[in-house]
Design a protein around this ligand. Structure first.
Ligand code: C5P
Length: 242
């Protein structure tokens, strides 16, 4: 079986809002609802685990009935770092999970194609991690902003979520890293530290992570003013009244 873990336990300090990013409104839904519905629609996903802050457990539970999320299991409280939250999510997955998909709640542009491609890669290579090729010119710089060198962008990728791993690999790898290690920013970093090959899956569509207030209009434009994500993605189309 395939388990999906959505991490939604951040505080969202960069959003300058009291409401954490997954619970902010975006169109007619909260941000978290987009990934939840995409994973519910994905036929290969069997269960969805949401890791969230204790004060939002009830909010997440209520989404099950609101969006008819048959795959959603009771949410679990998260940890102090993203890695701690991922660890809790992985522990909550069914022992029968053969693959585990991890996704940031703050990325609502999750398409069926991307879910499928990451799962297919993980079945074949043990891992499938969404990523986009670097398009801008890349420089390394000093702390005060002076360029030190150019970086060859031809081999540079920007890594996103979803990230899918064979469950046995991810479970053993996460046992070898500390929750407070600043070098571990995602599951791919955990795998790298443990010598597990990480296979990138090219995502040609924008998949921004809601990070600052300026990202709300960007996400709205992508989701509601293009036909890139709906209806093929299974994402709800807020223009169609529910
Ligand atoms: O803060 P950042 O943008 O890196 O967070 C990425 C995702 O990880 C968000 O969906 C956030 O809710 C989640 N997270 C978490 N537990 C934490 C910190 C972040 O689940 N302690």
């Amino acid at each position: 079986m395939v388990s999906a873990v959505i991490v939604a336990a951040g505080s969202g300090s960069r959003m300058q809002s009291n409401i954490p990013k997954p619970f902010l409104p975006l169109g007619k839904h909260i941000v978290l609802a987009y990934a939840l519905q995409a994973l519910q629609v994905a036929s290969e996903i069997d269960e969805i685990i949401v890791v969230t802050r204790p004060e939002f457990l009830e909010t997440v539970t209520d989404l099950k009935a609101k969006y008819d999320l048959s795959k959603l299991v009771p949410p679990v409280p998260g940890g102090a770092t993203r890695l701690a939250s991922v660890r809790i999510g992985i522990r909550t997955c069914s022992p029968n999970a053969g693959l585990i998909l991890v996704h940031d709640a703050a990325r609502p542009c999750l398409t069926q194609e991307l879910i499928r491609d990451c799962l297919a890669s993980a079945r074949r290579f043990g891992s499938g991690v969404a990523a986009a090729r670097a398009v801008d010119s890349l420089k390394s710089a000093t702390d005060d902003g002076f360029v030190k060198a150019s970086i060859d962008r031809s081999s540079v990728w920007m890594v996103q979520t979803p990230q899918v791993f064979r469950a046995d690999l991810l479970r053993s790898a996460i046992g070898n890293v500390s929750d407070s290690d600043p070098a571990i920013t995602d599951e791919a970093s955990i795998a790298q530290v443990c010598g597990i090959p990480v296979r990138l899956v090219e995502n040609r569509l924008p998949n921004p992570k809601l990070t600052t207030p300026g990202d709300i209009p960007l996400l709205s434009a992508l989701l509601f003013h293009t036909d890139l994500y709906s209806p093929v993605s299974g994402n709800p189309n807020p223009k169609a009244d529910s």
